[in-house]
Each structure stands twice: as C-alpha cells, then as structure tokens.
Design a binder for this molecule. Structure first.
Ligand SMILES: [Zn+2]
Ligand SMILES: [Zn+2]
Length: 263
C-alpha cells in the first residue's frame, strides 16, 4: 500500500476558500508556485536542470510559463531541453526508412501502405517516443504527486478529525475530475469497510451539491426571460463558470488566493 505524507494545513486553507472543489484550489495554488519555481534561479540547480532537459513541459504549462513574461529564463531552460529533444529524435530516426533488400516479397510489400507491410519497431519506437514527449511535463508530474498526497490527507482528516467532518459536510464535494482522484486514492488506501463508509458519506453530498448547482444554472438561463428580469439572481449569477469548473476541474474565474509562501 502507498504511504503518503500528511499535510493538513494547506487542506484546511483550501476548505476555507469554500470553493466548488478544494482540490481545484490546491491545484491552482500549487501550479502557480511551480510556474514561479521553474522561472526562478532554483531551476539552474543541476538535478532540476537535468530533469527539465529530459522531461520538458506540456502545452498548457508552457503557456503558463510563457505568460509570466520571464522570456530569458524560459528561453534558457527551453533551449537545453530542445537540444536534448533533437538529439533523441536524431537517434530514433537512424533506424527509420527503407533498407536495401532485394527480396521480391519485400519489393512488392513496399507498394502497400506502411501499416500493411508488417511490424516496424523503429516506427513504433519513434511514435511511442513522440507520444511520450507530447505528454510529459515536469509541472504535471509534480502536481499529480502533490494532489495524490492532498487527497490522502483529506481522507485522513475525514477519519480522524471531528471538526473536519463538519467542514467537509458543509462543503460542495469535488469537481468530477478530482472526484475521480479522491475515489482512486480512497480505493487504494482505505480498508473495504472504511471505503464503503466513505462512499456512503461523500456520494450523497456530492450529488446534492451537483443538483443545487444545476438548479442555479437553470435559474441563470431563466433570468434571460424578460418576465424574470426583476426577480433576484440568488446564487445563479456565476453558476456557469462554477458549473464548468465542476464538470471539468478548470477555473473560468480563478479564486483569489494568497500566494505568500507559508512554511
Ligand atoms: Zn477539482
Ligand atoms: Zn503540464
């Protein structure tokens, strides 16, 4: 069984934001911190540098890094990563392409579409490397590890802390993206009995929160009817961005979060 380090203070802070999903809050906050980190001097440390050269960033995180406007810092780490990427591609490309072969069958085969003329390890290696390259990201990796740990901490607090049970009971559950995360961590770390208790605890409140938001979104659409023009908005004014977050785990209107480093 995986053992995670417990880190309760950030979890409590996230719950105090009273957001649609505490894990979205934590992810958003930590993502900002990682972006700052990779543009700071700390990235020049050899071990980090080696990792950046090897792994790089996904499109989403390159964009966040780029938007920070530290163009020289980003260009420096991107350049060494780029050089290493080209070297790797060069190695893989050596085995690609037609070999000299006088065999009649392979001559005939060469007129068939590539995929019909048999397996090609060099091509498979290239494609799997390109695929891995496209999906690999140091910020995503670090965020994934951290969020696993926070999900574990939420489950830990839910089991051990009466005050936390009150807090989580009055929360809005999770977005669907992070619901998947916490259910996975729960299934990996809780006993069958405790897992069942967790399901019976979380699912009713999760569904209730979703239905409440669905009602708010419906009222938002009805407010466009002139007959409802003067009726109160209730909680529906920002129901659309909240629903998008709930469905996808992506903020349309990010929370105001204090990014001061707390130790
Ligand atoms: Zn979330
Ligand atoms: Zn990423």
């Amino acid at each position: 069984m995986v053992k995670y380090h417990i880190d309760t203070i950030p979890v409590w802070d996230a719950y105090h934001q009273e957001d649609q999903c505490p894990l979205c809050v934590l992810e958003y906050k930590c993502e900002k911190e990682y972006v700052d980190f990779f543009l700071s001097g700390s990235v020049m440390e050899p071990s980090t540098r080696i990792e950046v050269n090897k792994t790089g960033f996904c499109g989403n995180h390159f964009k966040l890094l780029y938007n920070e406007k530290n163009r020289l810092g980003l260009a420096l780490i991107t350049h060494t990563h780029f050089k290493e990427t080209i070297e790797n591609l060069e190695k893989l490309s050596k085995d690609l392409g037609a070999k000299k072969d006088d065999n009649l069958v392979s001559k005939l085969g060469s007129f068939l579409p590539k995929r019909m003329s048999g397996p090609d390890t060099a091509l498979d290696n290239l494609l799997s490397w390109l695929d891995k390259h496209h999906n690999s990201c140091m910020i995503c990796d670090r965020l994934d590890n951290l969020l696993d740990r926070y999900a574990y901490t939420i489950l830990h607090l839910w089991q051990k802390d009466k005050e936390f049970i009150k807090t989580i009971s009055s929360s809005k559950g999770f977005c669907l993206h992070h619901l998947a995360l916490i259910m996975r961590i729960a299934s990996e770390t809780l006993s069958t009995k405790t897992f069942d208790e967790w399901c019976n605890f979380i699912m009713p409140m999760q569904l209730e929160a979703l239905k409440e938001l669905e009602g708010d979104l419906e009222w938002f659409t009805k407010k466009f009817d002139y007959r409802n023009k003067d009726k109160p908005w209730g909680n529906s004014r920002d129901a659309l961005p909240k629903t998008i977050q709930k469905l996808s785990g992506t903020y349309m209107e990010p929370p105001a979060i204090d990014h001061e480093k707390k130790d």
